[in-house]
Design a protein around this ligand. Structure first.
Ligand code: ADP
Length: 622
């Protein structure tokens, strides 16, 4: 293999720019990131080697070495982990593998300040942070296993990188940083000791500082382990400072910001394990695009097993980060064994109980913090209502809602809602849509608000599914107010029914795309609205189904007209003058179109809509 020059993907160039310039004041994190990568690489190989002895000998001494070389101006971070082959090097170090990074860049293009803490916080910089302190980064790596060749990767972080062949004794990776002039402090032993203490002290593998010392006129190599390697989750809670928790959280999550909340406990008795779990303060960028599997790390007696144990946490708690260390599972447990393991199931239900309990606590004792949590991850919790039947009520009680009565940024719970329901109201009313602002203006709310009743306003994509699967809470049925009749809605009065009978019949027959036209008792200010029949999919649900490719079709809905509205009365007057009038149909179409707009859908034929409006305008001027 001869050396090859390859280009970074464009986005990566931009990313590098941002990292180097915007995160400058945090640049010491490069060491934590590279040590984390080294530690992950060792964990991976150690785990693989449990079942495949040919990969690494049982006597392997796992180590991460920090080797400053003042003469050459380089700092090397070296590990004897799993290493990378050529393909992996190009894939992992030459493209943006993580979709979150792309989302970050998209936000940048919108002109958001890249150094804003909330942006940085949602985004882990990883390997590329090396360029904050380096003119040049060289990687020399050998993948573990038979017949592998060592690969080199080198770049100045400016558009391209060179991949070539090299030699290396044994598997693992060296990351060799040629430090920039103003980053030379990272060649000093005291500085490295200091950073490791602050950020990486709990890393399970020894971090060994390798320095040259002059002794009796001769250069001698000195090796010294500079981290205590004490697994933070095994320590007593009162010994651990918030800062220690925060640093560990950043190590496991690659988050820049401190965690919002920490759950640290030890289960004893029939089931023994330690758990150190964190709620992040904000939603990561790639939250909705990344693999939705929970990524809590599983250890067995301090040995890392996997961060992909699917049954350790349910998917709806995937925002939780952290570590579970069990002493009940065998050390050589394979990933397959973890698949349907009763012990893992037991740990899971214990974790769920604890996490839901902690959330409930947070809600009661630190409401502001809880609101912050809920704004980031509340939609995910709602998934749990459909997926975790046993915890349905508990989860429902944790949910926060906006309603016609809440002010912007304020919330109520289902218990609050039920507590305020007027006597005659039997159901929990809700309305789904895309934006709370638009929902507040919805014609469906008019009569309900008039009666002093409240409606939950739901604007998350998950909401229609949530409301359907929720079904009821404490004996009160969930009822979409744009679907079917309301249990306590008044009937349309007889005089109106008679006056409009023939017009309604004509419009029902001649308006395409509606199932039926009828008079409404749910409107006050608006002239018309569309409702789904009982058991029919709501407009919002239909849009979602289409979005997710689930079909769902355009089931025609019912057009309801407000018999007291001046516009509707005018159509009636026109009809009474001339039952065959074409204009009656044109105006009927306009009543339908405004109902379509009001429910947040798109008009089918915008051209025809414009033609009808123009007709009206022209008549007005004539
Ligand atoms: P992350 O660690 O969050 O995945 P990075 O940008 O830090 O992102 O690293 C990208 C990938 O490069 C890693 O996921 C890993 O596959 C590979 N990698 C980085 N450093 C090492 C290392 N020391 N040994 C083996 N693989 C590594």
């Amino acid at each position: 293999m001869s050396a090859r020059k390859l280009k970074f993907k464009t986005e990566l160039n931009q990313l590098m720019d941002i990292i180097v310039h915007s995160l400058y004041s945090h640049r010491e994190v490069f060491l934590r990131e590279l040590i984390s990568n080294a530690s992950d690489a060792i964990d991976k190989l150690r785990y693989e080697a449990l079942t495949d002895r040919s990969l690494a000998g049982a006597d392997t001494v796992w180590q991460i070495k920090l080797i400053p070389d003042k003469e050459a101006g380089t700092l090397t971070i070296s590990d004897n982990g799993i290493g990378m082959d050529e393909e992996t090097v190009i894939r992992e170090l030459g493209t943006i593998a993580r979709s979150g990074t792309k989302a970050f860049l998209a936000r940048m293009k919108e002109g958001k300040d890249p150094s804003a803490p909330e942006l940085i916080g949602q985004f882990g910089v990883g390997f590329y942070s090396a360029f904050m302190v380096s003119e040049k980064v060289r990687v020399e790596t050998l993948a573990a296993g038979e017949g592998k060749t060592a690969v080199s990767w080198e770049s100045a972080g400016k558009g391209d990188f060179v991949v070539g062949e090299t030699t290396r004794d044994g598997h693992g990776t060296d990351v060799i940083l040629t430090l920039t002039e103003d980053a030379k402090a990272y060649l000093e032993g005291w500085e490295l000791r200091n950073l490791v203490k602050r950020f990486s002290d709990f890393v399970e593998h020894p971090i060994v500082l390798v320095t040259q010392e002059e002794k009796d006129g001769k250069q001698e190599t000195k090796e010294e382990t500079i981290n205590t390697q004490k697994a933070i989750w095994l320590r007593a809670k009162d010994e651990i400072k918030d800062e220690d928790y925060a640093n560990f959280y950043k190590h496991v999550s690659h988050d820049f910001a401190d965690p919002l909340h920490t759950i640290h406990y030890s289960a004893e008795g029939a089931l023994e394990f330690k758990a150190l779990l964190f709620l992040p303060a904000q939603r990561p960028f790639d939250y909705y695009t990344a693999d939705p599997k929970p990524r809590v790390q599983l250890y067995v007696n301090r040995v890392f097993i996997t961060d992909a144990c699917e049954n350790l946490l349910p998917q709806y708690l995937r925002f939780v980060k952290g570590v579970v260390d069990s002493s009940d599972l065998p050390l050589n447990v394979s990933r397959e064994m973890l698949q349907d393991n009763p012990m893992v199931r037991k740990i899971e239900s214990n974790l769920v109980k604890r996490i839901l309990g902690a959330l409930d606590d947070l809600k009661t004792k630190e409401y502001e913090k809880y609101v912050k949590f809920f704004q980031a991850f509340g939609a995910t919790l709602k998934e749990g209502v459909a997926r975790d039947y046993a915890n349905r009520e508990k989860l429902a009680a944790l949910l926060l809602f906006q309603s016609t009565r809440t002010e912007d940024g304020k919330y109520l719970t289902l218990d609050d809602y039920i507590g305020q329901m007027p006597e005659e109201q039997k159901e929990i009313y809700y309305l789904c849509g895309d934006r709370i602002g638009a929902l507040r203006q919805s014609p469906y709310l008019e009569v309900i608000k008039d009666k002093g009743q409240d409606v939950l306003l739901l604007d998350e994509p998950v909401d229609p599914f949530f409301a359907e699967s929720m079904g009821e809470y404490k004996g009160k049925t969930f009822k979409a107010i744009d679907q079917g009749a309301l249990a306590d809605a008044p009937a349309v009065d007889e005089a109106h029914t008679q006056a409009y009978e023939k017009l309604v019949k004509r419009l029902s027959e001649e308006l395409e795309d509606v199932k039926e036209v009828r008079l409404s008792s749910r409107l006050r200010e608006s002239a018309s609205c569309l409702v789904a029949d009982e058991g029919q999919m709501s407009a919002q649900m239909e849009r979602l189904m289409k979005q997710f490719g689930g079909g769902g079709g355009d089931a025609p809905r019912v057009l309801e007209l407000n018999p007291d509205h001046a516009a509707v009365k005018a159509v009636l007057a026109l009809y009474e003058k001339d039952e065959k009038s074409e204009d009656v149909l044109e105006l009927g179409h306009l009543l339908l179109d405004q109902a379509v707009i009001a429910e947040g859908s798109k008009i089918k034929d915008p051209g025809a809509f414009a033609r009808r409006v123009n007709l009206l305008i022209t008549k007005q001027g004539a």
